[in-house]
Design a protein around this ligand. Structure first.
Ligand code: HEM
Length: 157
């Protein structure tokens, strides 16, 4: 599966915009999560976390993951041909699972309860972006440095 150069550039642009945009929104959630546990205006902070999380972060998580996979499959990099791509795939797949199964319930709680968001959910809404921003920075570094070479000998790439 090989794309012409203009299509490849367009796909790469889409990938960088969605993936690094994912990191950017995550940093916003981290900022709000820190503000929340420090007691800053919970009537504003938790509805904002709920809104940004549910309308932007969760859909962007799915989109960035899908576009990442397409970017690997439709370029000579391949999905399981180079270690840096495979590690990114593992990191983002684990992260997507955590977003959908661990973060999503806390986002719903924050959106529905606002100020009444319980302490365990508040802590979850801080810990999740700490872990995920770290993972996404690692993914970004892997993307630019592309370390560790090939996984096995393939036909192309
Ligand atoms: C399913 C997960 C992902 C896969 C399979 C994947 C795969 C790829 C591939 C194959 C490329 C090269 C595309 C090309 O040369 O046309 C690429 C580039 C890139 N990826 Fe990802 N990616 C994933 C997630 C991410 C994430 C989460 C980030 C950052 C938050 C990211 C950041 C980048 C950047 C910045 C580039 C451009 C690197 C350059 O042009 O030198 N990717 N990715």
């Amino acid at each position: 599966m090989k794309l012409s150069p203009p299509w490849r550039k367009a796909l790469l642009t889409l990938h960088v915009v969605t993936a690094v945009g994912w990191l950017g929104v995550d940093v916003v959630l981290l900022t709000l999560g820190v503000a929340g546990v420090r007691g800053a205006a919970p009537d504003v902070v938790y509805p904002a976390i709920g809104l940004i999380g549910l309308t932007l972060f969760v859909p962007l998580s799915v989109l960035a993951w899908l576009v990442g996979i397409v970017s690997a499959l439709f370029t000579p990099w391949g999905l399981l041909r180079h270690r840096w791509v495979m590690v990114k795939l593992i990191i983002t797949t684990v992260m997507l699972g955590a977003v959908l199964f661990a973060l999503l319930p806390n986002l719903r709680t924050a959106a529905e309860l606002g100020t009444a968001t319980p302490a365990d959910a508040r802590l979850g809404l801080l810990m999740a972006p700490i872990v995920s921003t770290t993972l996404l920075v690692i993914a970004t570094v892997l993307s630019t440095y592309k370390p560790w070479g090939r996984l096995r000998r393939g036909r192309a790439g």
